[in-house]
Ligand binder design. Structure first.
Ligand code: PRX
Length: 659
């Protein structure tokens, strides 16, 4: 086999030997103290479950593990909205700010207290009830980063209605596919969203999606920009009209008691087939898992910290660490609507200064963008309030880690590099600030009670220094409860390689100190800007174009987005590609999946490299895309094909360089 990206990653990371022990003052006051690792697993989760959550009826059993399905906090009754909102108001903390919302247009800002949040949620839940939403009604949500997005999610949980939030950058096809899979009856959206100074017509996309999702009977539309928006009589309702005449008294809409294992939400994510998987998260384990990790990993001090997770709520990071975990812990958070570079590249840093943000959680791709723009944007602002930084979504290269610490954290703040997935629901491998000695590029240690390992092909544990497959050996509270409607795919994807052991789909290595180094995906899933996109999803979108005969997709390394998508396309009738065709295909993918899935490069080629049995050899395409020496080509049906592709790819690069 050719030098793989895994080996390459190991080589570079071996060179990284800098370490950062926790600052003494941080350690002294940290929520997590070293002894936390000694608490027995069951005792730990039992205690967190009892103390962190308010139960309508206490749970009777901690967990049940019948592989590959786990249940947690059995017999308990609770409500997520009650835990995230009502109980804080009842405790006298209604005046505490839940979200400092910062709109993208400057000056557009709102402070939303827990009391405000309760009123808004109660009103909106009452509005949803008018549309027939009740316990068990599946609801789709397609919105930007407006305060009404968490309000909509919380209103659903208040009623016991499971939701699926679809990221506002997804296309109509992606939205309808998800709503059809979940059988959504109601869709909540907004007229338009702000994005880098322009308006994105979410309702227009939602209209297209609803045309393909006949199960959606009602659509609620929030007015955000005020542009003219066609409304379909009988189906579409303005948010402000619906809430106009309903009560905001919590008694008028009590929180529905839910079973610990009732469905809370589905989050769709890319796998190795074209169809996204609906990852199932249930009520109690998810809430305990996210709030517990949020407390210890971010060292949250309720009355002192201003916490900002700069992800989008449309992804799992936003669900767990903007909405449910932080609100359960009565956090004061920042919620920002726009992009980091609007109106200028210092926008984030002006927000940190304005709200005196103390904890910032973002993705390596964002850090690398800031690196590219230069430290001067951060230097224009007072960032001295920051005391802790976090990273998530992809391996963080040591260079970006160091830049983040030096330029954003004044060479003083710990950085928590948190490894987890849509499926895990909560962070599983991470430093605990105040306890863990940090190493740039390493996610360091399993969270208390989490038991990962690195396995070889046969299922033997790989010793220190060796690369292998990251697995999890024991269940954890926020773990997925399956793939919606597809038990077989759940078993095949995560549980078939090793018996009763969860296969994460990532490569990893453990060093001599027992610290984990994540090495990227081992399957046909790409990670672009911290977002998962499957190669096959993009291939299907390309082949869907009438002129495309065949397509193969892989990723190449990119200095900002981590990975970038490269597509190799054969046109029908042996047609030659052109710049126009290239743009047309990129737009086609954008329309089918969303702009995030647009290939960065498309190489037109008369043939794809295939084995004699007809399988496309993606490994070789990856080598070409990454300018690596070609691996073994002896199994190819026609070995000259890759040479031709490599030539075309380098011609394309030369053309690009000229342009
Ligand atoms: O490959 C790993 C990478 O992101 C994948 C999960 O993607 P998703 O479900 O979209 O969730 C992203 C946010 C939790 C993982 O399989 N990943 C996530 N965090 C890290 C990471 N890779 C390395 N280091 C991380 N800290």
């Amino acid at each position: 086999m050719a030098e793989t990206s895994q080996q390459h990653a190991i080589d570079t990371m071996f060179l990284e030997e800098r370490t950062y022990p926790p600052p003494e003052d941080f350690a002294a006051g940290a929520n997590a103290q070293a002894g936390i690792y000694d608490i027995p697993f069951e005792q730990f989760w039992e205690q967190e479950g009892r103390e962190r959550i308010t139960w309508f009826e206490p749970f009777t059993d901690l967990y049940e593990w019948e592989p590959p399905y786990a249940k947690w906090y059995l017999g308990g009754k609770l409500n997520v909205c009650f835990n995230c909102v009502d109980r804080h108001v009842e405790a006298g903390d209604g005046g505490v700010v839940a979200y400092h919302w910062e709109g993208e247009p400057e000056g557009d800002a709102r402070a939303i207290t827990y009391a405000d949040l309760q009123q808004d949620v109660v009103r909106f839940a009452n509005a949803l009830k008018k549309l027939g939403v009740q316990k068990g009604t599946p609801v789709g949500i397609y919105m930007g980063m407006v305060p009404e997005l968490p309000v909509a999610m919380l209103a659903c949980t208040r009623l016991g209605a499971p939701h699926t939030v679809v990221f506002g950058g997804f296309s109509a096809d992606s939205l309808s596919g998800r709503m059809n899979d979940m059988k959504c009856e109601v869709l909540i959206t907004q007229d338009e969203a702000w994005r880098r100074g322009s308006k994105v017509g979410l309702k227009k996309i939602a209209d297209e999606a609803m045309a393909d999702a006949p199960g959606v009977q009602s659509c609620v539309v929030l007015r955000r920009t005020g542009s003219d928006t066609p409304m379909q009589e009988g189906r579409d309702h303005w948010w402000h009209d619906l809430v106009g005449d309903v009560s905001d008294d919590p008694q008028s809409c009590p929180c529905e008691p839910m079973d610990s294992e009732d469905l809370l939400f589905l989050m769709y994510t890319s796998g190795t087939t074209a169809k996204p998987k609906g990852i199932i998260h249930t009520t109690a384990g998810y809430l305990v898992g996210t709030s517990t990790t949020h407390n210890y990993i971010f060292d949250l001090k309720q009355d002192e910290d201003v916490y900002w997770c700069a992800a989008d709520i449309g992804w799992i990071t936003g669900h767990s660490y903007i909405v449910y975990g932080p609100l359960c812990n009565r956090t004061t958070s920042v919620l920002y609507e726009g992009t980091p570079d609007f109106p200028d590249k210092d926008r984030w840093w002006s927000i940190v200064e304005k709200y005196k943000v103390t904890i910032l959680y973002t993705a390596p791709t964002a850090i690398r963008s800031h690196m590219k723009w230069g430290p001067e944007y951060a230097q224009q602002h007072d960032l001295s309030s920051l005391r802790l930084l976090g990273s998530v979504g992809e391996p963080i290269n040591p260079e970006a880690w160091i830049w983040y610490r030096e330029h954003i954290g004044s060479d003083r703040t710990p950085i928590v590099d948190t490894w987890w997935q849509t499926e895990t629901g909560m962070v599983l491998i991470t430093p605990l600030p105040g306890v863990t000695t940090l190493k740039p590029g390493s996610a360091t240690q399993p969270f208390p009670g989490v038991v990962p390992a690195v396995y070889d092909e046969q299922g033997n544990e790989v010793g220190p220094g060796g690369g292998g497959y990251l697995v999890l050996k024991r269940p954890w509270p926020a773990m997925l409860r399956g793939i919606f409607g597809d038990d077989q795919r759940y078993r095949d994807t995560y549980w078939s390689k090793y018996e009763d052991i969860y296969l994460a789909g990532d490569g990893a290595r453990i060093d001599q100190d027992g610290d984990y180094w994540l090495l990227g995906r081992i399957d046909d899933v790409m990670n672009v800007s911290g977002h998962r996109i499957s190669t096959i999803e993009v291939e299907s979108a390309l082949v869907d174009h009438q002129e495309v005969a065949e397509a193969a997709v892989c990723s190449r390394a990119d200095s900002v987005t981590g990975e970038a998508i490269v597509a190799y396309v054969t046109l029908k009738g042996g047609g030659e590609g052109s710049i126009e065709k290239l743009e047309e295909l990129r737009n086609h993918v954008s329309q089918k999946i969303g702009p995030i899935a647009k290939p960065a490069n498309i190489v037109f080629t008369p043939e794809l490299p295939k084995t004699r049995s007809g399988k496309i050899m993606r490994r070789l395409l990856r080598d070409v895309a990454n300018d690596r020496k070609l691996g073994d080509t002896t199994t190819l049906a026609d070995p000259t094909v890759v040479d031709e592709i490599a030539k075309r790819a380098s011609d394309e690069k030369a053309q690009e360089a000229e342009a």
